[in-house]
Design a protein around this ligand. Structure first.
Ligand SMILES: Cc1cc2nc3c(=O)[nH]c(=O)nc-3n(C[C@H](O)[C@H](O)[C@H](O)COP(=O)(O)OP(=O)(O)OC[C@H]3O[C@@H](n4cnc5c(N)ncnc54)[C@H](O)[C@@H]3O)c2cc1C
Length: 421
C-alpha cells in the first residue's frame, strides 16, 4: 500500500515537473520580442504564426497602406497547408477559384498538346486542390487576421538595419530611433536592404527575363481563355500562362520571355498596349480582346543566388528576401508561406535556445530552396526552347505523358506539393 502511495506521489511529481518545464518554455517564447520587416505574404504569415507561439510581434511596413498592385497568384497544396494551419484556407478558397484542368498549348497555332484534369486529381493526391486568386486579396485576408489577433502593424515605417560597432548587436533604425528586439524577421522582398547590409555575400543573379502581366474580363475572351483552366502556351523562346483569379470573371495573363535590355526593378512599371505588342507579337484572336485592357505591367523576373545562410545573430530572412527564384514553378507565395511555417516550428522546437532554432530553420530551408531553384531553372529552359526540333520533341513528350501517364506528371512533383514542413 505504502509502495503504491509512493509510486503515485512520484508520478504526480514527474507530471508537475513536466508541466513546470513546459510553462517555463512557453514563458520564454512569451517574452520573445519580435520585429517583422515587411507586410507582404511572408511577413504577415510569419507575424501570425509567431503570435500563435505567444511572441510579442510588431510589423513594420514602409508603405502607408497595403498596395493593391499585383495580378493573379497560385496557391498550391503546400501553401494551402500553411493557410489551413492559420485557419485561412476557407476564406482563401472563397476569394479565389479551383481550376479544373491544366491545358498545354503550342503557341504557334494554339493547338492543344495535352490536358490534365487537376481538380479531383490533386485533391486525391495531396488532399487539397490548387487555388488561383488575386494577390492583393490574399494579402488582405492575411492582414484582416493580423488585425483580429491585435498584432501591431506600423505603416509608413521603413525599418533599416543598424549594426553595432563590434558587429554583434543588430537592431532596427526606424524614424531616427534605435529599436532592439530579440528576433528580427526580414520579409522585405526581393530588393531587401537588410540582405544587402547584413548578409553581404548574397547577390541577385542578373535580370535576364521579363514578364508582362494584365487581367481581362472573360466575357470578351475566346472560350480557350475563359474556361476555368490553367493554360500554358509554349512559344519560341517564350511562354505565357492564363488562369481565372476567382468567380468574378477576371482572367490573369502573364507573358514571359528572356530579356537582354536594362529593366527597372519595380512591380509597377506600366507599359502601353503598343509597347507590349511590339515586344510580344501575339495571335490576332487575342489581340482583338485587348481594347478592354486597362493596365499592362512589365516586371523584371529577379532571381537571387542561393544564400549560404538565412540567419545572422538574431536576424532571419523569409520569403523573397531570403531567396527570389524564377516563377516557373509558381512557388513564390507558397515558398513564402512555407518559410514562415518552418520558422515558427523551429523556434517552438528550441524554446530555450533561439539561435539553435534559427540555425535549424536556415539549414532546412536552404536545402529546400536548392531543390526549388533547380526545378524552376529547369522549367525556364523547357518553357523557352528556341529550336523547332527541340520544341517538337518536348511537345511529343508532353503529349505522351498527358495521354498515357498523367500521374507521372505529378509524381515527380510530389516532394513540392506534399511538403508539410
Ligand atoms: C506589389 C507586389 C505585387 C505582386 N504581385 C504578384 C502577383 O501578382 N503574382 C505573383 O506570383 N507574385 C506577385 N508578387 C510577388 C509575391 O508576392 C512574392 O513572390 C511572394 O509572395 C513573397 O513575398 P514576400 O512577402 O516575401 O515579399 P513582398 O511581397 O515583396 O513583400 C515585401 C514587403 O516589405 C515591404 N518593405 C520593403 N522594404 C521595407 C523596409 N525597409 N521596411 C519596412 N517594409 C519594407 C514592402 O513594401 C512589401 O510590402 C508581388 C509582389 C509585390 C510587392
Amino acid at each position: 500500500m505504502l509502495k503504491l502511495k509512493n509510486v503515485t506521489k512520484g508520478a504526480k511529481e514527474t507530471i508537475g515537473t513536466i508541466r513546470l518545464k513546459k510553462d517555463f518554455r512557453r514563458n520564454k517564447l512569451l517574452n520573445l520580442k519580435v520585429a517583422i520587416i515587411g507586410a507582404g505574404i511572408s511577413g504577415l504569415s510569419a507575424a501570425l504564426l509567431l503570435k500563435k507561439l505567444k511572441c510579442d510581434v510588431t510589423v513594420f511596413e514602409k508603405n502607408k497602406y497595403l498596395r493593391s498592385e499585383g495580378a493573379g497568384i497560385q496557391i498550391t497544396s503546400n501553401g494551402s497547408f500553411v493557410l489551413k494551419k492559420l485557419g485561412l484556407d476557407k476564406p482563401v478558397i472563397r476569394a479565389g477559384i479551383k481550376p479544373n484542368n491544366l491545358c498545354l498549348f503550342d503557341e504557334d497555332d494554339f493547338k492543344c498538346i495535352g490536358s490534365l484534369e487537376i481538380l479531383e486529381r490533386l485533391k486525391g493526391r495531396y488532399g487539397r486542390s490548387f487555388i488561383t486568386l488575386n494577390r492583393s486579396l490574399l494579402v488582405k485576408i492575411l492582414f484582416e487576421k493580423v488585425k483580429q489577433e491585435k498584432i501591431q502593424v506600423k505603416f509608413g515605417s521603413r525599418a533599416l538595419p543598424l549594426v553595432g560597432e563590434d558587429g554583434n548587436n543588430i537592431s532596427i533604425s526606424y524614424n531616427g530611433k534605435k529599436i532592439n528586439k530579440d528576433l528580427i524577421v526580414v520579409a522585405d522582398g526581393v530588393g531587401s536592404s537588410w540582405k544587402k547590409t547584413i548578409f553581404r555575400e548574397i547577390k541577385n543573379r542578373s535580370i535576364s527575363q521579363c514578364a508582362y502581366r494584365f487581367v481581362l474580363n472573360n466575357t470578351k475572351l475566346p472560350a480557350i481563355f475563359s474556361d476555368n483552366n490553367i493554360n500554358l502556351f509554349f512559344g519560341k523562346g517564350r511562354h505565357f500562362v492564363t488562369y481565372p483569379t476567382g468567380n468574378n470573371g477576371m482572367i490573369n495573363f502573364v507573358f514571359c520571355k528572356r530579356e537582354s535590355g536594362k529593366m527597372i526593378n519595380d512591380w509597377k512599371e506600366k507599359v502601353s498596349k503598343q509597347q507590349f505588342l511590339n515586344d510580344f507579337e501575339i495571335d490576332e484572336s487575342l489581340q482583338i480582346c485587348l481594347p478592354g485592357i486597362k493596365n499592362i505591367y512589365r516586371w523584371p523576373v529577379i532571381e537571387s543566388e542561393i544564400p549560404i545562410t538565412l540567419q545572422k545573430k538574431n536576424v532571419v530572412m523569409v520569403g523573397d528576401a531570403a531567396h527570389a527564384m524564377l516563377p516557373y514553378m509558381a512557388q513564390g507565395a507558397n515558398k513564402a508561406l512555407e518559410d514562415s511555417w518552418e520558422l515558427s516550428k523551429c523556434i517552438k522546437e528550441f524554446p530555450l535556445d533561439l539561435s539553435k532554432g534559427l540555425s535549424r530553420y536556415s539549414k532546412k530551408r536552404i536545402r529546400r530552396i536548392r531543390q526549388l531553384d533547380k526545378i524552376s531553372n529547369f522549367n525556364e529552359k523547357a518553357y523557352h526552347l528556341e529550336q523547332k526540333i527541340l520544341r517538337r520533341t518536348f511537345f511529343v513528350f508532353l503529349r505522351l505523358i498527358t495521354v498515357f501517364s498523367p500521374n507521372f506528371f505529378f509524381k515527380r512533383l510530389d516532394w513540392i506539393y506534399k511538403h508539410e514542413g
